[in-house]
Ligand binder design. Sequence first.
Ligand SMILES: [Zn+2]
Length: 1067
Amino acid sequence: WQGHSVILLVPDFTGPCPVQNQLMHSSDGQGYSPSVPGSYSHQMPAKVPPHQASGQYNYSGSQNVSQLNNFQGPGQTLNRPPVAPFSGSPVQQTGPGPQVLPPALPNSAAISSAGGFPPGASPPVLSNWQYGQTPVSQPGGSQTSHLAQGTGTGSAQPPSSLSGNTNPPGSYQYAASPGGPPLQNSYMKPGSAPPPVTQPLTPLHPPSRPPLGPPPVGGPPLIRPSTLRATVPQQFILTLCLPLATPHPSPAPPNLKMNRSVGYSYPALPPGYQNTSPPGAPGVQTSALQYPDGSKHFHQPALGTNHLTASMAGLNLQQEGLKPVNLLQERNILPTTLLKPPVPNLHEEIQKLNCNPELFRCTLTNIPQTQALLNKAKLPLGLLLHPFKDLSQLPVVTSSTIVRCRSCRTYINPFVSFLDQRRWKCNLCYRVNDVPEEFMYNPVTRVYGEPHKRPEVQNATIEFMAPSEYMLRPPQPPVYLFVFDVSHNAIETGYLNTVCQTLLDNLDLLPGNTRTKIGFITFDSTIHFYSLQEGLSQPQMLIVSDIEDVFIPMPENLLVNLNENKELIQDLLKTLPQMFTKSLETQSALGPALQAAFKLMSPTGGRISVFQTQLPSVGMGALKSREEPNQRATAKDIHLTPSTDFYKKLALDCSGQQVAVDLFLLSGQYSDLASLGCISRYSAGSVYYYQSYHHKHNPVQVEKLQKELKRYLTRKIGFEAVMRIRCTKGLSIHTFHGNFFVRSTDLLSLPNVNPDAGYAVQMSVEESLTDMQVVSFQSALLYTSSKGERRIRVHTMCLPVVTTLSDVYLGADVQAITGLLANMAVDRSVSATLSDARDALVNAVIDSLSAYRSSVLSIQQPGLMAPHSLRLFPLYVLALLKQKAFQTGTTARLDERIFTMCQVKNQPLVYLMLMTHPSLYRVDNLTDEGALNINDRTIPQPPILQLSVEKLSRDGAYLMDAGSVMFLWIGKNCGQNFISQVLGVPNYGSIPQNMTHLPELETAESIRTISFISWLREQRPFFPILYIVKDDSPLKSSFLQNMIEDRTESALSYYEFLLHIQQQVNK
Ligand SMILES: [Zn+2]
C-alpha cells in the first residue's frame, strides 16, 4: 500500500462542522432532509431510540412487527423469572434433569422444512455456468437483488427464492420503498421528488457526440497506445488529475510539465478570494494560506519519451501475456514468489491512482465491450472486495460537502473528468455536475482553484467523515453481548476458561469509547441473565426457564456501561468458568438464548458473540443430527442446506435491528453448521470453528482460540453499516457473495463490518460499452465507528474496455477468477449437488481453454494451449476440487466441509488462495539472500515450490503454509544441523510425535526459521497451527493431501487432469 500519501484532514474531528453545510440549511430541521439529494435517507431502517420514556419497547418503526408479537414488555418481568441471588455457587437447577440426547434420526425427516432441493428432486442444472446471467437455480449461499429492479437479468427472480427457504415473499424486504420498485440508484424516500436521473443528458454534450460517449476533448490518451489501436480518438481524455507532486503550491515538476494545453485557461482569481478564508477547510490555518496569483492551467501528463518507453514495455508485456503456453510441456509454471495480480493496461498516470488490488479486484482487468464477447470468453466477470481491510495509511477527509454525482450518487473520484474548473463529469453515469464552491479550495496544497487536486480526486481509497444527513438516528454506541453455552458438554471442553480469561485480558482493548456497553447471557436448558447494576456488590444471576416464550427480565441492567461497571464485569468473568462445573444439564436451548439476545440488543444494535459446543436440542431452533459418516465419501445426499429456517429468520430480524451474530462453534460432534451458520451469514457475522476443541486433549486448539479471539475482540469494528457497489452504466451486478443481507436492489445490509471479511459479486454487461475506453467500479461503505463517528469508506477502480477476445484473455486475473468460481461452486453445491458444482468447475476450465483454442489461436498446435494469464487456471481448479469444501472420497466431516464453504464465501481472496493452493517452501537451508528487513528483523524469503512429493527431498525440511494450518515436514535424512539447531533435539528419532512448537534457540538457523514462520502468521487475522510432521506421523496424510499435483485415492494428478482437459478441449 504505497504510493498514496496520508492526507489526514482533521482525522478525529467529531463535533459539528464549523462551516454549516448548505444541505443542512435546507433540511427540515431534523438533522437530515429526505428530499435533499445528498441524503442516504433509506440506508438505515427507521428505529426507535433506546429507552423510550414509556419504558415500553416500541417497534412500530420497523418492518418486522409481526415477528415480535410474542414479545412481552418489561412490565411482566418480575412476575415470572425465579431470581436467584448470585453467589458463585453451583447454579440453581430449574430445568429438567439430565437427559441423554436422542439418537440421531434418519435424515429423511429432517430436511422437510429446508425448502432446498431434496436429493433426487434437484431442478435440471447445467454443468457449466452461464456467466453474466442469473444462475439457473437460485443459489442458497449467495443473494441476488431480490426486489424488482429495472435493470439486471435477475429481475425475473422471485423474492422468495432468495435462499431457497420458505419465507413468504416480502417478509424480509427492508427497503424503505414498499409498494413499488425502487428507483434505480436513487436514495430518495418514496414520495419525495425524484432526483434528476432521467433528465436527458444530451444538452450537455455536443450534438455529434453520443449521449454516453467518451468524455470530451483534450489531453493524452488514457490507455497506452499499444492497446488503443486506431479506433481511439486522439482527443480522448479521462481526467485532468495529476498525482500530487508536492503538498505546497508550486509549479508542476518538470517531468510532469504540460506540453499541450487543454485549450482553455482559468481567469485569475476573483479579487474577493485573495484575502478571505477559504470555505470548508476546517483544521487548516488560514494564516498559512497562500494563493498563487495569475491564471492556472490544468496540467496534463506529458507524452514524452518516458511514456513511449512505458508503452513499449506494455507492448512487450502484452506479447508475453498472449504467448500461448503448452501446459503439457511446461511443467514449471508455478512462480517462485506469490503471484501478483495483473496490472490494468491503463495510462500510467491513471494506473498510479488506481485502487489497490488487495482491496478491489476484478476477474477481468480488460472489460469485454459486450455480453456477447464476455460469453465467448467463457470466463466469469465479477469483483472481489476486501473493503474494510486494515490500512496503514488512509486519507480521511472532513468536509461539510461530500461531492457526489447528482444523478447516480457516485462519490467524486480520481477517474471523473473535469470539463473545466466548475464542472465535472461523472465516470459512472456521465452526468455533468457542478463543482461546489467549497471544493474549489484544496486543503492539502492550500491552493484555490484546483478542484482536480483535492484529495478526493487523488485517492482511489478515501474515507469521509459523514455529516448528519447520513444518519437517521444518532450513531449507536458499541454494544457487545456474549452468549455462552454452559451445558455439561460445554463445561467438559473447558472453553469457558480460555474465553473468559482472554476477555479479561482484552477488556480495555475492546474498540469503543465511554459509551461502550457489554452484557452476558449463559444457557443450557434454561437461559441465565446477569444483572450488572451499579451498586451491586456482585453480579446477580436471573434464570428464565420458560424457553418457549422468552422474555427479558430487568432489561435495563443487563447491558451496562463497560467503564462504569468494570469491576462487576471482571468479577463475573472470573467466576463464570467455575459456576457451572458441577452442572449435569446436557440440553442446549441455543435458539431461545439467541431470541433473548436479539431482544436485549434490539433497541441499540450491536454485536452478539455466541459460543456453542453441540447440537441445539430444546426450544425453537432445536436440530437433529443429519450426518451419516458412511456417506461422507459419496458426495451424494449430503446435507448442505439448512434443516430449518429458524436461524435465517432470526438473523434477518437481527439485521433489521442492526445486530450481527458471530458464531464460535467448538465441537467434537456434529452440530449442523449448515443450519447454525445462517445466523451469522444473514446478519453479517463471522463463523469460527474449532473442531474437537478440548482444553486438555487438544492444547493447540486452545492457543488458536486464544490468538483468534484476541484478534476478534480487538480488531476494528463498524456498526450499522451498509455497502453499495456501483459500476459504470452498461454493467450490472446481479449476484452477491458474502455474509450480509441484500436489503434493496444493490444495498448490502451489514449490521457489523470487520476488517477480515471479503465479498464477491458477479456482473454482466447489460448494454454494450460502445465508445467507452474505460469503466469504473465504486464501493461505498457507510458505517458507525466504535468512537461514534459516521464514516464512509470509498474505493474506486478503473479498468479499460476491450473489443477482442485476445485482449479479454490478456487481462484475465486467474486468482480472482478462481475465487469467484469457488463462491459460485459453493452456491451450486447447495442449490444442486456437490458433483454438479465439481463438474461446473472442470467445465469452466474446458470451456475457456476451448474458446481460446478455437477463437484466438491462429495456428492449431498439439498439446493443451492456454494463454499466459490463465496458465495456472487448471492447477487452481484442480486445487479447488481437492479442497475440503468440494473434495470427494475423504473422511471430511460435514461440519468441516460446511465451515470451509463459509470460509470460501467470507474470506478475502488472498486467504482463499492460500487455503486452496498452499505455499510450499524448503526451510532447512534458509539464507539471508533476498531476505526482507522489517524493524531490525531479517525475514528469509525462500522460493515457493510446486506441490508435489517430487519436490521433496528426504534430506530436507519443508514448510507448507495452507492458510489456517501449517505443516513442517522433516525428511528422514534431514541434516543433523537443522534437527539440533532448529528443533532442539539430538536426532530424527527423538523428534516428539505431537510437536507443534519450535523452541526458540540462540542459533542462526532457529532465528531464521522462527522469523519466517512468525512473519507468515502475522499477515493474517487467524492463527495457523504448526504441525511438525515426520514420516510415521498420523498427520502425514493431511500433509500429503495438500500435494495438489499428486494423485490421491480419489483425485487425479495434475498431469492426468491436464490430459482430461485436453481430451475435452480437442473434442
Ligand atoms: Zn453519476
